[in-house]
Write a protein that binds this ligand. Structure first.
Ligand SMILES: NC(=O)c1ccc[n+]([C@@H]2O[C@H](COP(=O)([O-])OP(=O)(O)OC[C@H]3O[C@@H](n4cnc5c(N)ncnc54)[C@H](OP(=O)(O)O)[C@@H]3O)[C@@H](O)[C@H]2O)c1
Length: 209
């Protein structure tokens, strides 16, 4: 499958490397093809991944992964807003306020994005664990969960497959209105990893019986 990844930093670069190793064609969409982050994400992928400016990259694939800081999202969304029949996988976390798109309580970055992209099915995913953990999602005998939500079942099926290719157990938490919960989970992950001294080698698991 062609997968366009907008943003080639920690999360975009990690997902690109993993999916390329599973045989997908990766197209990084970036503002600067020569930035240090872009070049690092391309390391080892020179023959299998392409780099383009954001709009060109987005045109190339049905699946577009949004992996930029929240502050950059309005600009990226503006560039792709006229496209149709796409799946947008939103990995962003609104950790810093974005004055352009203030988030009121009860809404989420993912819903704000979906409102402005009528030609897209938005799926929130890959935002609840640190990028470095994506390379090894096995914690002793326990597989980390990859939580996702969205309104279109077909799109969620594709994102579920992509999460499983990363090695995660995919957990569907329902419609896109639940994206706020996943964005709060990310804040919890960040607090534990970086403020409470637990460290970043952690992931969430839903226990069931
Ligand atoms: N890091 C994690 O562990 C993690 C985990 C889950 C979710 N997330 C979320 O994923 C998103 C990306 O995080 P990250 O850690 O991967 O960030 P990062 O390493 O800083 O990479 C950000 C990427 O976005 C690009 N970018 C920045 N500003 C831009 C703009 N105005 N227009 C276009 N592209 C722009 C950067 O391009 P340049 O190279 O040109 O600067 C870079 O390719 C964030 O929303 C974050 O909250 C991160």
């Amino acid at each position: 499958m062609n997968i366009s990844i907008i943003g080639a930093g920690n999360i975009g670069g990690s997902l690109g490397k993993i999916w390329a190793s599973k045989g997908h064609s990766i197209i990084f969409g970036v503002r600067n093809p020569k930035s240090q982050k872009t070049l690092k994400s391309l390391e080892g992928l020179e023959t299998v991944a392409q780099v383009m400016f954001i709009k060109e990259a987005a045109k190339k694939s049905e699946v577009i992964v949004l992996a930029t800081p929240w502050e950059a999202v309005p600009e990226v969304v503006f560039q792709i807003a006229d496209m149709k029949d796409k799946i947008l996988v939103d990995c962003t976390n609104p950790v810093h306020p974005n004055p352009e798109w203030p988030l009121s309580q009860g809404t989420s970055a993912a819903e704000e994005i979906a409102k402005r992209l009528p030609g897209f099915h938005v799926v929130k995913a890959f935002n609840t664990l640190g990028a470095a953990n994506l390379y090894d999602v096995q914690f002793n005998s326990v597989k980390a969960d990859g939580f996702l939500c969205g309104d279109d079942p077909g799109s969620k099926k594709i994102v579920t497959q992509l999460a499983e290719e990363v090695g995660l157990r995919a957990v569907d938490v329902g419609e896109l209105r639940n994206a706020e919960l996943l964005e709060s989970m990310a804040k919890l992950w960040i607090a534990l990893a970086h403020q409470e001294g637990v460290g970043p080698n952690i992931a969430f698991k839903l226990l069931q019986r």
